[in-house]
Design a protein around this ligand. Structure first.
Ligand code: CP
Length: 344
């Protein structure tokens, strides 16, 4: 049976612990993966720096190869829906594409978020959040592929970011269990996806931290994720608190992770959301005054980050900023995952 990595909620906490330990050993040089002769296809529907380069680097360093593909640009336009008469724009169905690609590659990574855009405005989304969050393309691809499929960021989760953030927290915070981790919402000119903050809240919960989700009223995450995070945190001796008390949240935190995301209440209504959140600008930025309330806390962000919008320069330029370590750990965490998927 092949094993996909689409959501960490489909992996047990013990399996995630195992991935973390592998990644730490590989980074420390005591475990050397062997990817000789192995190929990973990397399907990117959206732009990327870290995800693309960390997977390509991870495959190459240990003897394998990553093949970068931009579907629809380098390929035919793919159809994922069943029972469709393909007389429109789509040219090839996943029922053919996924098995064919599975003959060429040993593992397939897919980045497909309907909510990521390189344009200056929010992505236009089709469908309701309840439909979009099912990640229908990625799920259909995984169903028809005969090799493992890795989620390189979907609408709902960014599980590789979760692995890397968890690794960074484990490295930077001695005995993280019971310590305070804050995931703070930040204002942003666009309505950004929920996938990364979903995965970030899950990362600290899996370490048994006291997770504080700091957001303004109306900018909650999907309850499916916050319920899972609470369950995880409590299973490991931690907790999950959701609050809009900015000062109280920062007090005594050992880690502050910032991320902007769009409101589910305004889903698909970006202009109305933009109007509603005007007053947030400035108030929700991470700055030195807020960080001074922490217990010498580290600052985290998945990158890319907008300086002066999400976080001030002095926080990003401070020695406690660990964003580069987070990015580096994408490489080691993913290589740890690939050893599980390719070598076992
Ligand atoms: N954090 C992250 O996934 O970065 P990229 O979008 O550059 O891959």
């Amino acid at each position: 049976m092949k094993r996909d990595f689409l959501s960490t909620r489909e992996w047990s906490l013990e399996e995630l612990d195992d991935l973390l330990q592998r990644a730490l050993r590989i980074k420390g040089g005591t475990d050397i993966p062997d990817f000789r002769g192995k190929v990973m296809s990397l399907l990117f529907f959206n732009a990327s720096v870290r995800t693309r380069m960390s997977f390509e680097s991870g495959m190459s360093r240990f003897g394998g190869h990553g093949v970068y593909v931009q579907p629809g640009k380098d390929t035919w336009v793919f159809e994922h829906r069943d029972g469709i008469v393909m007389d429109g724009n789509t040219q090839e169905h996943l029922r053919e594409v996924a098995p064919v690609m599975s003959r060429f590659a040993h593992v397939i990574g897919i980045r497909k978020s309907d909510l990521i855009t390189t344009s200056s405005t929010t992505a236009d989304v089709e469908g309701s959040w309840s439909d979009v969050k099912q990640d229908p393309f990625m799920r259909a691809f995984a169903k028809h592929a005969t090799v493992p499929v890795v989620n390189m960021e979907s609408n709902m989760e960014h599980p590789c970011q979760e692995l890397a953030d968890r690794m960074t927290l484990a490295e930077k915070i001695p005995e993280p269990r019971g310590k305070k981790y804050v995931l703070t919402y930040s204002w942003h000119p666009k309505s950004l996806p929920l996938a990364t903050p979903h995965s970030q809240v899950l990362s600290a919960a899996a370490l048994g931290m006291n997770v504080v989700l700091l957001r303004p009223e109306g900018w909650d995450m999907d309850p499916e994720v916050t319920d899972a995070a609470r369950e995880r945190a409590e299973a490991r001796g931690g907790s999950l608190e959701i609050t809009d008390d900015i000062e109280g949240a920062y007090d005594g935190a050992v880690a502050v992770c910032a991320k902007a995301w769009g409101s589910m209440s305004y889903y698909g209504r970006a202009e109305e959301e933009s109007e509603a959140k005007k007053a947030q600008r400035g108030r929700w930025i991470v700055d030195a005054e807020k960080m001074a309330r922490t217990d010498n806390g580290v600052f985290m962000h998945c990158l890319p980050v907008r300086r002066g919008v999400v976080v001030t320069d002095d926080v990003l330029n401070h020695p406690n900023c660990v964003t580069t370590d987070q990015a580096e750990n994408r490489l080691w965490a993913q290589v740890g995952l690939l050893t599980k998927l390719l070598q076992e």
